[in-house]
Design a protein around this ligand. Sequence first.
Ligand code: ADP
Length: 270
Amino acid sequence: MSRTPPASHAENPSTRHESPSPCAGEAAVLRAENLVKTHYGEGAPARAVRGVDLSVRRGEFVAVTGPSGAGKSTLLHLLGGLQRPDSGSIWLDGVRTDGYGEARWAVERRRRIGIVFQFFNLVSNLSVADNVELPALLAGVSPKQARAEREQLLAELGLQGKERSMPGELSGGEQQRVALARALVNHPPLLLADEPAGSLDSKGTREVTRLLSRFHQRGQTIVLVTHDARLASAADRVISFFDGRIADDAELDGTPSRSLGISGVLELKD
Ligand code: ADP
């Protein structure tokens, strides 16, 4: 997991134009080309993401697995605009976004991306109900509709009766589920989730798995980083990440790995 908050970044003039994605005609919700990110901390530079090409089609449920330190969280942060790549390109719905500044990314996330990270980003002085409803209200959903969505999501996540609680009164696992409800309340075209069951017991993990599967069946596109095999098995495509690169990319329905040479979907970069 990345340890620093996203750096503020200015608009990059070289990518300010919303150039169409090379695969804009395909139903790629998300596309990344040759993404590179190195972290400079106290020790040696960490080459967290080393040239990743990735295309996620509308409605796909992609699990990203791999050992700790492989660069999975960094990849997710890049895809959600929470960190900026050193080089490479990102398209969301065919629109190039890697040159966006922080404010523009924030708008983009509100419109199109639900994000659940290990540190749950709940507003500590708002109740559970308000935390979940807030993104919907900000997006212009009526209070009645926001409330209905919130009630349904919290019920699906086994959190009935917690509406009036403050985040600090909940267990880590409960907070994690509230964060998931908050990310899904607007039905975002793309959900990015980093270990959304990382603090949960097996019952909580089952609930989250069921919830994600249900959203996936309704057409939700999901990119999920997880260590949990049960959660990964709910996906229809599993990407193994190793040393900052995609080491394998396979459909879970028995289709052979999409490795080298399937252009437009995935290419391994050296
Ligand atoms: P994973 O999610 O697979 O565990 P990460 O993306 O969190 O991997 O980390 C990849 C590498 O980058 C690791 O060596 C980690 O220590 C390093 N790293 C991640 N975030 C930062 C950061 N903000 N500053 C310095 N190094 C970082």
